[in-house]
Design a binder for this molecule. Structure first.
Ligand SMILES: O=C(O)CCC(=O)C(=O)O
Ligand SMILES: [Fe+2]
Length: 213
């Protein structure tokens, strides 16, 4: 039995403004499953990843990552160390039924794509500047795992009309069960402003990418 709600994902509403995306408030089969994944989100095994040079050729960011699936291959050493709920979730994100659900929702052909998946933690000051994602990332699915999120903490997902973080069409708080599907295009601007210094918790997410070979 999948943990992700295949029916809900495949039948979610694809919005066109500011670019093709869907916000899914309840992405797991039950609230108990979502809550269990939240409570078992890892707090070890993350590596800091940062790019903040002023002389820049690519997007700037700071976050902590734990890679679970790379180029379609599950990192068994990482995944075996996870609690059972997260092992099952990794099985879901590499499954055929999940891929078909995301394809049905987005109308993007994903059969040739390789799945990548990583857990991220954004501590205070972590962020990612506005970007559209690499062109080979056909579709991205972001799952969030915070037990509530105060809008004053910043660090929420911004869907943008341009490369300007202030040119924001929609904001999504990173609360448990919420997920967001983004269809990559030259217009798919999004970013996460820095998590506020007053924020008492890390921002927790699972990022799934369908990458064209
Ligand atoms: O964590 C998020 O909400 C977005 C992250 C993102 O856009 C990325 O890593 O490319
Ligand atoms: Fe992104």
């Amino acid at each position: 039995m999948p943990l992700v709600d295949i029916e809900t994902i495949s039948r979610a509403q694809l919005e066109q403004d500011p670019f093709d995306h869907a916000v899914i408030p309840r992405s797991f089969v039950t609230d108990d499953i979502a809550e269990n994944l939240r409570s078992e989100f890892s707090d070890v095994g993350f590596e800091q990843s940062e790019r903040t040079e002023e002389t820049r050729s690519d997007k700037q960011y700071r976050m902590f990552n734990r890679n679970l699936v790379t180029a379609g291959v599950v990192d068994q050493d990482q995944v075996r160390a996870l609690p059972e709920s997260w092992q099952l979730l990794v099985e879901d994100v590499v499954s055929k039924s999940y891929r078909e659900a995301v394809s049905a929702l987005t109308d993007v052909y994903l059969d040739q794509c390789q799945v990548e998946a990583r857990m991220t933690r954004y501590a205070r000051g972590c962020w990612i500047e506005p970007h559209t994602d690499r062109p080979d990332k056909a579709v991205t699915h972001l799952f969030y795992f915070n037990d509530g999120w105060n809008a004053d903490w910043s660090g929420d997902l911004h869907l943008l009309r341009s490369a300007d973080m202030n040119d924001c069409a929609k904001r999504v708080l990173p609360t448990t069960g919420t997920s967001v599907v983004l269809v990559r295009s030259d217009r798919s601007w999004h970013g996460v402003p820095p998590v506020a210094e007053t924020c008492p918790v890390d921002r927790l997410a699972l990022l799934v990418h369908f990458v064209r070979p």
